[in-house]
Write a new protein. Sequence first.
Length: 153
Amino acid sequence: MSTHREYALIAILATIAVVGVVPAFAQYQVLPSSGGPNQGPTETIPIPVTVSTDKPIYDHNSIIMVTGHVRNPYPGQQVTIRVSDPAGNIVQISQLMLDNNGDFGTKINTASPLWTKGGVYTIFAQYGNEQGTSSKVQFTIPGGGAASCDPNI
């Protein structure tokens, strides 16, 4: 075999070896089955982040108790809490440290000029930078709040 063919064969084999052994990773999410008559039992998948409030309805001068839990937390990681008003505008955002069990909690005051809209507000809790590690809870503030400025000034 000529030297040129040997080099070509070595180059081809090296390329196959490099491309052939590169690991491939796929992310997947197991979905629960419908539990129908021809299917197995419904599988429950634990949610990585949970968030809840102490009540479903508040007024424009309330303290909201927000609590939650992160399953299998990493040390030093934080949870980001983002609150959106009925129009989707962010009215509050904060980062909370987890305790050793993965629990977190905070108090949110609705007596702010940003909380004037009546309707359904949403609290998003996100752990890490993956969307799969987030959760949300909704609550209602009826009616509109007081104006935050004095028209006589």
